[in-house]
Design a protein around this ligand. Structure first.
Ligand code: C2E
Ligand code: CA
Ligand code: CA
Ligand code: CA
Length: 277
């Protein structure tokens, strides 16, 4: 049957309302989760390719949902960013991760670094600097063991206040990594604009590795170029020993991926640490 104009409108209006309603509902669920402290941090080991030892962890947020189990960021980070709820969630993650770092350092793992993902929304939040300082003081970690991962985006590039925030935090001794390198548009430009000391080569960039020799030489020259600027390189999403062998020959500094371990709850991450000294 043919829909009349009016029916079509009613149909779209209903569908639209459903979507808006769903969003509102999810948003209030997120708020509730913040209040009920349902966010936890998992830790993925980062390996020094020179020594094969764990040198740090990346903190990755998980939502321990009462009915739906452990949810990954893909299921809630986008909405968190759209609603600004990433600001409180990000602080929960940072506090938890730095408390954990302090526990491990007190157990003797002195040189571990903790890498924490930060969204542009957080960098644009005026209170962020003070909050980070408070968390550093509360946990008692050394800022030189803290790395914040930022992702290149138009939103970051266009924000003066985000750039100032990065500069202010780096003056505290915190270091910055450029995440998802190789997927954005002006990666090299970023390295000049921000005080970045490490780049994280994206999995998709590295997955082209074995498709042809040309890609291999692009990766090799990217690593060499980045290192010539006095930055280090972390390879992400390493799943095979072939990839590892190649990266070692290309003198890549660090690696992270399922070849070593997925992100783990703190106690399991600690066991991994113990068995990889
Ligand atoms: P990301 O920062 O690029 O983190 C790497 C993602 O790749 C993680 O997914 C990790 O579990 C996954 N991964 C690691 N090794 C492998 C591998 O060998 N193979 C494959 N296929 N995947 C691997 P996860 O934990 O689901 O996180 C997804 C994204 O969510 C992160 O990507 C990051 O952008 C964001 N995210 C996670 N935690 C936070 C957070 O606390 N704050 C913010 N703002 N974003 C976060
Ligand atoms: Ca990251
Ligand atoms: Ca990444
Ligand atoms: Ca990412």
């Amino acid at each position: 049957a043919k829909m009349t104009g009016k029916n079509t409108f009613a149909y779209f209006k209903a569908a639209m309302n459903d979507r808006i309603m769903e969003k509102i509902q999810n948003q209030s669920e997120l708020r509730r989760a913040i209040e009920k402290k349902e966010f936890v941090v998992y830790y993925q080991p980062q390996i020094d390719l020179k020594t094969d030892k764990v040198i740090g962890f990346e903190a990755l947020v998980r939502w321990e949902h009462a009915e739906r189990g452990v949810l990954k960021p893909a299921q809630f980070i986008k909405l968190s960013e759209e609603t600004g709820l990433i600001v409180p969630i990000g602080l929960i993650v940072m506090e938890e991760a730095l408390k954990q770092l302090k526990i491990w350092q007190d157990k003797g793992y002195r040189d571990l670094t903790m890498s924490i993902n930060i969204s542009v929304r957080q960098l644009k939040d005026n209170d962020f600097y003070q909050k980070v300082k408070e968390i550093i003081e509360l946990t008692g970690v050394n800022t030189s063991n803290v790395e914040l991962e930022i992702t290149e985006s138009a939103a970051l590039q266009e924000s003066e206040s985000a750039r100032h925030m990065i500069e202010a935090l780096s003056e505290l001794g915190i270091s910055f990594a450029l995440d998802d390198f190789g997927t954005g548009y002006s990666s090299m430009n970023y390295l000049k604009l921000y005080p970045i000391s490490n780049i994280k080569m994206d999995k998709s960039f590295l997955d082209t590795l074995f498709t042809d020799e040309f890609n291999k030489s692009i990766i090799e020259s990217t690593i060499a170029l980045v290192q010539s600027m006095n930055l280090t390189v972390t390879a992400e999403g390493i799943e095979s020993s072939e990839q590892e062998i190649f990266l070692k020959s290309a003198r890549c500094n660090k690696a992270q991926g399922y070849l070593y371990s997925e992100a783990l709850p703190a106690d399991q991450a600690e066991s991994y640490l113990l068995s990889n000294l």
